[in-house]
Design a protein around this ligand. Structure first.
Ligand code: BYC
Length: 314
C-alpha cells in the first residue's frame, strides 16, 4: 500500500474529513461524483412536481411559502453541484448526462402531483425522508458534501414542518379535504420508502460506500428510522398508513412493515415511471432555453475580468 493510500485510510478511520486537495482513490472520487451529482439533480427535478402547483396554491400565504421552498431546492442543487465541482466534475457535463438519462435523480419525483394535498405530502413525507438520509450525511467523509448537508438540513426541516402543517389543515378540514389528504398519503407512502434505495441485500454500492464512510447507515436502517418517525405523525393526523402489514413490535420498539414493491422501484429508476419522460423533457427545455443566459453571463464575467486586469495594469 502506498503512503497516500495509507494517509487516506487513516483519515477515514479517525473520522477526519477528506478535503478537495487531499489525495483520494479514483473510485472514491467517482462514487462521490455519482452520488452528489444524483443528489443535485434530485433537487433540480424535485422543483417540478411542486412548481406545478405554484399558480394554483389555495391562498397567498401558501403560494409564498411554496415559492420560497422551490427556490430553496434550487439553492440546494447549487451547493451540491459546487461540491461535485470540487472533485473535478463539470456542471455542464452532469446536466448533459441527466438529460441523456445517464445520470439518475431520486425516484420519488417521477410521480405526479395530482392534488394540492400532494404538495403537502411532498413537504411532509418526501422532505421528511430526505432529512433522515441527509442528517446522516452531515457526517459523511467528504468535507464539502458534509458542509453542504448541514445547510440543506436546516432548510429541509422548515420544509417538512410546513408540509406537516398544510397536511394537518387538510386532515382537520372538510370530509373532502380529509379524503384528499388520505389519498395523497396512500399514493406517496410507498414511493417515500423507496427513496432510501434498494434493500441492503440488493444495494451494490453500499458496502464500499460504508467502508469509505460516505454512507454511515445502510438503506434499510434509514428506511426503518423514517417509518418509526413518521407512523406516529400519520396517526396524529387521524390518517392511516396504506400498509396492512404494519404493526408496532413492543419488544424491538420498531414498526414492522410490509414489503416494498421493488419491481416498481426498479422500473421507475430504469425510466419507466409515470412521469420520467415529462420530467426529463422539462429539464431539457429549461437547459436549452437557458443557454443564452449562461452564454451572456460568461461573456459578462469575462469582460469584468478584462476590465479589472486593465485597471491593475493602469
Ligand atoms: N432513486 O447501491 P445503491 C430532496 C440507485 S431530494 C433513484 O443503494 P447508493 C428534495 C443508485 O443510484 C433527496 N435511484 O446506491 C428535493 C444506484 O444506481 P447507480 C435526494 C436510486 O448510491 C426537492 C442503484 O440504485 N437525496 O431532498 O449507495 C423537493 C443501486 O442503489 C435510488 C439523495 O440523493 C432512488 N431513490 O445509495 C423535496 C441522497 N436509490 O448510480 C425534497 C443522497 C438508489 O449505481 N444519496 N438508486 O446507477 C444517497 O444517500 C444514496 O445515493 C442512496 C442510494 C441512498 C439514494
Amino acid at each position: 500500500m502506498n503512503n497516500q493510500q495509507q494517509a487516506f485510510d487513516q483519515r477515514i478511520e479517525k473520522d477526519i474529513s477528506i478535503e478537495p486537495k487531499d489525495w483520494m482513490p479514483d473510485a472514491y472520487r467517482k462514487t462521490l461524483i455519482r452520488q452528489i451529482g444524483q443528489h443535485g439533480h434530485s433537487e433540480v427535478v424535485g422543483m417540478l412536481p411542486e412548481g406545478n402547483w405554484i399558480t394554483r396554491a389555495p391562498t397567498l400565504k401558501r403560494k409564498a411559502v411554496l415559492l420560497a421552498k422551490v427556490q430553496d431546492e434550487a439553492g440546494h442543487a447549487l451547493y451540491l453541484y459546487s461540491a461535485a465541482e470540487t472533485l473535478g466534475a463539470d456542471r455542464d457535463d452532469m446536466m448533459d448526462k441527466l438529460i441523456a438519462g445517464r445520470m439518475k435523480y431520486s425516484s420519488i419525483f417521477n410521480y405526479p402531483t395530482l392534488t394540492w394535498a400532494d404538495v403537502a405530502a411532498i413537504g411532509w413525507l418526501v422532505d421528511g425522508a430526505a432529512i433522515v438520509n441527509q442528517v446522516a450525511l452531515c457526517r459523511t467523509s467528504y468535507g464539502p458534501y458534509a458542509r453542504a448537508m448541514v445547510r440543506i438540513c436546516k432548510e429541509e426541516s422548515f420544509h417538512q414542518r410546513q408540509g406537516f402543517e398544510a397536511m394537518m389543515q387538510l386532515a382537520n378540514g372538510t370530509e373532502e379535504q380529509k379524503q384528499m389528504a388520505q389519498d395523497a398519503v396512500n399514493r406517496f407512502w410507498w414511493p417515500a420508502l423507496m427513496m432510501f434505495g434498494p434493500s441492503d441485500d440488493n444495494s451494490p454500492n453500499s458496502a464500499q460506500s460504508m467502508q469509505w464512510k460516505i454512507k454511515l447507515f445502510s438503506n434499510d436502517a434509514l428506511r426503518q428510522k423514517f417509518v418509526d418517525n413518521t407512523v406516529p405523525q400519520v396517526l396524529q393526523l387521524g390518517l392511516t398508513v396504506p400498509d396492512p402489514d404494519l404493526k408496532f413490535n413492543e419488544d424491538t420498539g420498531h414498526y414492522e412493515f410490509g414489503e416494498v414493491n421493488w419491481n416498481e422501484f426498479f422500473d421507475v429508476i430504469a425510466g419507466k415511471g409515470p412521469c420520467n419522460h415529462e420530467r426529463i423533457e422539462a429539464r431539457r427545455k429549461a437547459w436549452e432555453g437557458g443557454a443564452w443566459v449562461r452564454e451572456s453571463a460568461a461573456v459578462y464575467a469575462k469582460k469584468q475580468q478584462e476590465q479589472q486586469q486593465a485597471q491593475k495594469v493602469a
